[in-house]
Design a protein around this ligand. Structure first.
Ligand SMILES: Nc1ncnc2c1ncn2[C@@H]1O[C@H](COP(=O)(O)OP(=O)(O)O)[C@@H](O)[C@H]1O
Ligand SMILES: O=P(O)(O)O[C@H]1O[C@H](CO)[C@@H](O[C@H]2O[C@H](CO)[C@@H](O)[C@H](O)[C@H]2O)[C@H](O)[C@H]1O
Length: 462
């Protein structure tokens, strides 16, 4: 393919002329993390031409841009985002939906800038880069296997924290939108699991990154290509289907509990673990209380429940040494039904090891008690029942029990045996969900709020 003869020349003068367009377009993107706070400035981190922009045909520019906003996220420097901008004189009608805008001045004056991943020609070019690894300016492309050529791309139409492209129903490429310094756990953990022979996770086939290398420090992951599990359906859809047809979901939940335990066992074997114990647990509880305070500041509806929720956290102090005897290890970090894919023959796989997208990377990569993931999935059964009109809470209870039983059978450790710890993590997750929904899907806020009321009421408080 002739378009691979690309250049890494950085069009540094590009950003100022793009600023008015980005100002308007960026905050509207589903993956933009800084919603609700004004954008006060942009700073270019790197600009790489994957396909020259000064020709008649489409060009492709890879940008890493810091977005300055008031408030805590990203600190004074601002959050860093990955953009892949297509550049053309005119947009064909089929790409009208991808339009960002026409550039008024600067090196691209008069040309149209658009979401490059939506253009099959440019999406194919990105794949071409992954097929032929090596450096390109500040970017580095790597692969673990030979990747066939000529796979047609399509943008995945899913509500996402990032952007994904499916190539020929064979591979799926996740392009991380918010970029952090260091390896993304969504590359790090699946690679470790693949090397450990765990078949519950699609193994990374290729990735691209920037930074690190000779200058010290770790490279930042920008995108990961993995096998596309064709014909699989995610657990969220399956659970809602079961609810809609009045079916139980306990068999599936039990198998999912087993799959989760297998992933945890493999992660504990492949990567370092640390003893949990009382001091570490106290530290975890402090974190939960801190997150609760921050969430209640941001979502005042939480305020009346703060004492009850705090009591759920403080109850961890009554755990026995036996309850806290487990080891902290690397975990999934944002496990829910949408992160589990079930193959037509009933096998569960787990995807998206990025963790909670808003948390700093260092925090997401820290060892944690595995019960944290269990709690995430338990919340998800509750979410499914709560979002289906007329569903009985007992449906979710049965799923939750089946999931824990499956987990206990496969791991030898029943998450229900330390109920205070489990409830504290469930509470922590529900608090996270309140904040998440308030920011991203305000219509969904009643779902975690119902859980907040229940969890706050379960623990006696003065
Ligand atoms: N390996 C895969 N095979 C099939 N579908 C996948 C695969 N990985 C992800 N998906 C689909 O893509 C969606 C988004 O992926 P995910 O990793 O959760 O992205 P994000 O972190 O942006 O939310 C998932 O809900 C799932 O439907
Ligand atoms: O998109 P991500 O996978 O990064 O996760 C975020 O979005 C999820 C919603 O898409 C959100 O999950 C919450 O809603 C789910 C139903 O849509 C439910 O199954 C989960 O239990 C609930 O937490 C997730 O919290 C958020 O990090």
């Amino acid at each position: 393919m002739s378009e691979t003869a690309s250049t890494a020349r950085a069009p540094v003068a590009l950003l100022p002329s793009l600023v008015p367009l980005l100002h308007e377009w960026l905050p509207r993107q589903r993956w933009f993390a800084g919603k609700g706070r004004p954008v006060t400035g942009f700073q270019l981190v790197s600009a790489t031409e994957l396909l020259p922009v000064d020709t008649a045909g489409p060009g492709l520019v890879h940008l890493l841009v810091r977005v300055q906003q008031p408030g805590p996220s990203g600190g004074a420097q601002g959050d860093c985002y990955q953009l892949l901008l297509g550049v053309r004189g005119q947009l064909p009608p089929g790409l009208a939906h991808a339009r960002i805008g026409r550039v008024a001045d600067g090196p691209l004056a008069g040309r149209m800038v658009y979401e490059g991943l939506s253009d099959p020609r440019l999406a194919s070019l990105l794949m071409e880069r992954l097929r032929t690894p090596g450096p390109l300016g500040p970017l580095r492309f790597a692969r673990t296997a030979v990747i066939p050529d000529g796979l047609a791309p399509r943008v995945l139409d899913a509500e996402q924290s990032n952007s994904s492209l499916v190539y020929g129903d064979t591979y799926i490429l996740k392009v991380f939108r918010r970029v952090w310094a260091g390896a993304n756990p969504d590359l790090e953990l699946p690679l470790a699991l693949a090397r450990a022979g765990c078949g519950r996770v699609p193994a990374p086939v290729a990735w691209y990154e920037t930074g690190g290398g000779g200058r010290g420090g770790e490279a930042s992951t920008l995108g990961v290509l993995q096998p596309f599990l064709r014909g699989s359906q995610d657990g969220w859809k399956l659970a809602l289907e079961a609810l809609a047809s009045g079916r139980e979901f306990t068999e599936e939940a039990h198998a999912l509990g087993r799959a989760t335990a297998e992933v945890h066992t493999a992660l504990a074997a492949a990567l370092p673990t640390v003893a949990l114990g009382r001091p570490a647990t106290e530290h975890l509880v402090e974190g939960m209380n801190r997150r609760l305070d921050a969430a209640a500041q941001a979502v005042p509806a939480l305020m009346p429940y703060v004492p009850g929720l705090r009591a759920a956290f403080d109850a961890v102090g009554d755990c026995t040494e036996d309850d806290l005897a487990c080891r902290a290890q690397r975990v999934h970090g944002d496990l829910h039904l949408g992160q589990a894919l079930r193959s037509p023959d009933g096998q569960w796989s787990v995807i998206d090891f990025e963790g909670e997208p808003a948390k700093p990377l260092a925090e997401r990569r820290r060892e944690q008690p595995p019960v944290r993931d269990v709690a995430g999935m338990l919340r998800s059964f509750d979410y499914a029942a709560a979002s289906h009109p007329g569903a009985k809470p007992e449906w979710a209870e049965r799923c939750r029990d089946a999931y824990c039983s499956g987990y206990a059978e496969a791991s030898g450790s029943d998450p229900r045996s330390a109920p205070a710890l489990l409830r504290a993590y469930e509470t922590d997750k529900a608090v996270y969900e309140v904040l998440y929904e308030a920011r991203h899907r305000p219509d969904w806020l009643p779902v975690p709020m119902a859980a907040i009321r229940r969890l706050a009421g379960q623990t006696a408080h003065p």
